[in-house]
Design a protein around this ligand. Structure first.
Ligand code: DQA
Length: 142
């Protein structure tokens, strides 16, 4: 089992960015936590993060050539705007779980729209960093 964990814009700023919403732990802490979980389950995991929409599209396409069995994606703000990410996920047709650290439904109105959720098998919102581990487990159980 091989999983791509893909994070979008500003998620490299975890720990610094709006700690009241996203917590005080860093992106490195997040990666460490997911890696430990995947190692314990014998899952191979690839981590990518970018602040650029086109890079994220490239990473999704690459997941097909890397023979990934699942994608865990937190598209950050591109969640609410990006048809390109939706189309890339449709193109590769790899089972995908969408994760949001915060509960996007209880924030601004514009955060309630998600293009990625149109293709995601599951969307996990507001579970903090644990949402990523839940997403990995969901993909494993498929
Ligand atoms: C986020 C929620 C998005 O609305 C926001 O733009 C982010 C992070 C989350 O993880 O809660 O960058 O995806």
């Amino acid at each position: 089992m091989k999983i791509l964990v893909l994070n979008g814009p500003n998620l490299n700023m975890l720990g610094v960015r709006e700690p009241d919403i996203y917590g005080k732990k860093t992106y490195t802490d997040l990666i460490g936590m997911i890696k430990e979980h995947c190692d314990s389950k014998g899952i191979e995991v690839i981590f990518k993060q970018s602040n650029h929409e086109g890079d994220l599209v490239d990473y999704i396409q690459q997941a097909l050539f890397d023979k990934c069995d699942g994608i865990v994606i937190n598209p950050g703000a591109y969640t609410h705007t990006s048809v390109a990410l939706l189309d890339a996920l449709k193109a590769v047709a790899i089972p995908t779980v969408e994760v949001h650290i915060s509960d996007v439904d209880s924030r601004e109105e514009f955060r309630k729209t998600s293009y990625v959720s149109l293709i995601a098998k599951k969307t996990i919102k507001g579970h903090g960093f644990d949402g990523y581990v839940e997403a990995v487990d969901f993909l494993c159980a498929l």
